[in-house]
Design a protein around this ligand. Structure first.
Ligand code: FES
Length: 166
């Protein structure tokens, strides 16, 4: 199964247009600008920091501080189908640690699955505690997660992406 990236390649001109439009409408919009860049390119490349600093009239250190504070902002391209397993207490109480171990073992045995999902980046509480263990597969919330359901969701999403890219 092939799964190409749905994100456009980094373009500083487009990034500047995105953040300028935000800065014209909002005060102190550093976080919004970083979110907009990630929303468009899938992540916040290194080249975004000076653009956001310039447009928002703050220092690069200020932008870097915001960028590194929020765990949801990523500085490297996402895998085709990112998987994040909840690592907070309520999910731990219903098997999240075991699920994580089983998921890692499954990915170690399945190179295609590992390439699709990359390394799990834990997340702390998705507000889905009653249906733990919880996970997010490419932005879609899942409850009562098992390895089998996770695998099926990842492959379905990858298939969807492949069909859309044809
Ligand atoms: S602890 Fe996992 S969703 Fe709340």
């Amino acid at each position: 199964m092939t799964c190409t990236s749905r994100w456009p390649v980094w373009d500083s001109v487009v990034a500047r247009q995105l953040v300028t439009a935000i800065a014209e409408r909002h005060a102190g919009p550093v976080l919004m600008c970083l979110q907009a860049i990630q929303g468009h390119f899938g992540y916040v490349p290194e080249g975004a920091t000076p653009i956001v600093a310039d447009v928002c009239n703050v220092s690069r250190a200020d932008v870097h501080g915001v960028l590194t504070f929020y765990a949801d902002l990523r500085t490297s391209p996402p895998p085709p189908v990112p998987v994040r397993l909840c690592a907070a207490e309520a999910c731990q109480a219903v098997g999240a640690r075991a699920l994580k171990g089983q998921w890692q073992a499954t990915c170690e045995l399945d190179a295609e699955l590992a390439a699709l999902t990359g390394v799990d980046e834990p997340i702390f509480c998705l507000g889905n505690c009653a249906l733990g263990p919880a996970a997010v597969v490419d932005g879609e919330l899942m409850g009562r997660v098992t390895v089998e359901r996770l695998r099926a969701a990842v492959l379905a999403r990858a298939e969807q992406d492949s069909e859309q890219s044809v």
